[in-house]
Write a protein that binds this ligand. Structure first.
Ligand code: ATP
Ligand code: MG
Length: 315
């Protein structure tokens, strides 16, 4: 099973307490996977293998659908609280619809082929049923990127012919059309990072993972690490730390994150590499966000003046 190493950039995997359900699923991975495969075969979708490490809410598989090579993103929340699962359920459906609509408007956004709900069989054994707090499994079938996500391509030690830095830069430049299209429709991605840019061919990359709505439910439901500090805009980091000024987190944040990505691709370094390292060294769940926010804030704002009395300290 070739699960992609997603590194430390995963949005939700870094939560302080990993869910007990997620742990149980990992222990019984074969039974969990066999159940998923059976359920999806009944939908005419053949799941092959995971494309990435499961997040707390979703798993992504490579697969076959109507003879095409596809990726299947499945909502299988690994949360103990049923209310959390249900609100994230609705938000995942919104993600599917938004991605579908945007993918029809721009070829630079990963193309959605199908989305819907898969049902668990009624005669499923009790112990397997326990893996699924919600009995319906919403899913989204998309075209599959041959080379996977941009971070993986950038980290690869053996370079694929045709995927040199210039070609990746060219791909990223073209993909800006995709984010521009989303912004024209007032949709902010809010999680722009190399893991969410998929590389299809030399010079061709597309934007994936419009988990927009779930981003809000994560904050509401006390997920403390709800963004990827390395690529988060100052206003995103501030909101993540304090829960304040959410209205500031909009399309401009995507432009900021995009610029960080381009900088990293061109120079081979993160613009705030020292803060990334220092933040990681704090070992505190929100440490990286605190250190980075301090590093990127202009002297007149968060870094220089104390935060408002009502908000938790960001230092
Ligand atoms: N269409 C695809 N083709 C190839 N690989 C894909 C595709 N979709 C997703 N992947 C791989 O799976 C990873 C995770 O997918 P995605 O970003 O949609 O979900 P996530 O970030 O794990 O989940 P969540 O939205 O719950 O945070 C991507 O970083 C990429 O490596
Ligand atoms: Mg992602």
């Amino acid at each position: 099973m070739a699960v992609e190493d997603t590194g430390v950039e995963t949005t939700t995997a870094g939560t302080p307490q990993s869910s007990e359900l997620l742990r149980r699923r990992e222990v019984h991975a074969a039974a969990f996977e066999a159940t998923l495969k059976e359920v999806f075969l009944a939908q005419g979708i053949q799941l092959v293998e995971p494309l990435a490490k499961a997040s707390k809410e979703t798993v992504v598989y490579s697969g076959r659908y109507h003879g095409e090579s596809v990726a299947v993103k499945i909502f299988v929340p690994a949360v103990e609280e049923i209310e959390d699962a249900l609100s994230a359920f609705g938000a995942f459906k919104v993600e599917c619809e938004k991605t579908m609509i945007l993918s029809r408007r721009s070829p630079h956004i990963v193309q959605v082929m199908e989305y819907g709900d898969a049902e668990l069989p009624h005669d499923l054994a009790e112990e397997l049923r326990d893996f699924f707090p919600v009995k319906l499994l919403p899913f989204m079938v998309t075209e599959r990127a041959r080379f996977g996500s941009l971070d993986r391509v950038m980290r690869a030690t053996r370079k694929t012919p045709g995927l040199d830095r210039m070609s990746l830069l060219e791909a990223l430049c073209a993909a800006t059309e995709g984010i521009h299209e989303a912004h024209l429709h007032h949709v902010a991605h809010r999680d722009i990072k190399p893991q969410n840019i998929l590389v299809f061919a030399p010079g061709v990359a597309k934007i994936a993972d419009f988990g927009i709505a779930r981003w809000r439910t994560r904050r509401v439901h006390r997920e403390s690490v709800l963004l990827t500090p390395k690529y988060a805009s100052p206003e995103q980091a501030f909101y993540a730390l304090t829960g304040e000024h959410e209205q500031l987190v909009e399309v401009r944040g995507d432009v900021y994150s995009w610029a960080i990505m381009v900088y990293e691709l061109v120079t081979g370094h993160h613009p705030f590499a020292w803060a990334v390292t220092a933040g990681a060294a704090t070992k505190e769940p929100l440490g990286q966000q605190r250190v980075l926010l301090k590093a990127i804030s202009p002297p007149t704002t968060a870094a220089a003046s104390p935060p408002p009395a009502t908000s938790p300290s960001i230092r």
